[in-house]
Design a protein around this ligand. Sequence first.
Ligand SMILES: Nc1ncnc2c1ncn2[C@@H]1O[C@H](COP(=O)(O)OP(=O)(O)O)[C@@H](O)[C@H]1O
Ligand SMILES: [Mg+2]
Length: 297
Amino acid sequence: MTQNQLAYNSGVQLNHSGVGQNYVSWTSKFNLSKNPFKDTLDTDLFFRTRQHEEALVKIRIGIEDQHALLLLAGASGTGKTIVSQVVLKALDPAFFEPVFVFVHPGMGKGALLTAILSELGVEKIARYASKQLQLLQEKALALHANGKRLVVVIDEAHFLKADALHILRTLSNLETESEKLVTVLLVAEDILRRRLNSPYYASLRSRIMFSMRLLNLTFEETEQYIKYRLLKCKAPAHLIEEDSYHVIHHFSKGVPREINRLLYNAFMETIAADRFSISPEILRNVSHKFAFFHGKN
Ligand SMILES: Nc1ncnc2c1ncn2[C@@H]1O[C@H](COP(=O)(O)OP(=O)(O)O)[C@@H](O)[C@H]1O
Ligand SMILES: [Mg+2]
C-alpha cells in the first residue's frame, strides 16, 4: 500500500511532504475519539488486570510503609513502565517527591547519581560518587524536614552496571534514626532478576522487600484489555469482529505492546482494504508482514 492509497482510502489528504492539509485523522473513519492502540504511556488508557492491580497496590504499600527497595520485573512490553507512571501520578505531591530515571545501557554509579540529582533540581553536581551520595542524602533530609519522602523510579534498571547496582544498597541505607529516607523502585526486564540471584548481589537482594513480576495477558485479559481501550476511545460496537480475539492473542502472545502494534497495523490494513472492521483475515495478513521481524522469513 502506498502512502497515497492509504490517504485516499482513509479520506486523509497529504501534500508531498506527507503532512496533512485539511487533515482528517484516520481515527475519524472508525468514529474513534483517538487512536486506542498508540504505543504511548497514556495512563488514561490504563487497564487494571489482576496482576497490574496487584503490582500497583504493592508498590503503593511499599512506598507508604517506607521500604527502601522494590522490584517490578517482566518481559518487554508487559506494562512495567505504565504501572510505574500510574503509581507516580497517584502520589500526593504534598508528601512525596517522585523522581523518574531512565537508564541507558552501561550506566554506572556516577551517571545514575547524577541523573537522580539533576532530576531533583540540584545544579552543581560533584564529580565523585561519595560526594554525590552526600548531596543526595542532604537533599533527602531536606525533603524529610519538609514532610516529604523521596521516591526514585529507576526504569530499564537491567542496563545498570554492577557498581550502580551496588550503590543502590548504599542508597537504601539512607535513613534517620527511625525511618528510611528513600524508596527506590527498580523497573527491569527479567534478566535483572537472574543477575540478582548471584551471591555477589546477596545483600542487595535481601533489601528488596517486594519483588513483582508482570506476565503476558491471558486470552480473557487480552480481550478485556482491547475492549477497555476501545471503550475509552468511544469505539462503535463490533469494530473488531468477535472471532478476531483468539487470533490477536495467538499472534501477540498477550503482550500489551504487541497487541497495540498488531491492532494499529490492522487498522492501517483495514483502511487499505477499504473495510470498516478488523477481521481475522486482516490480522493474519498483518502478522505475516511482522513475521520478518521475528526472523521467520
Ligand atoms: N495494563 C495496561 N493498560 C493499558 N496499557 C498497557 C497496559 N500494560 C501495557 N500497556 C501498554 O503497552 C505498551 C507497553 O507498556 P510498557 O509499560 O511500556 O511496557 P514495559 O515497560 O514492560 O516494556 C504501552 O503502550 C502501554 O501503554
Ligand atoms: Mg518500559
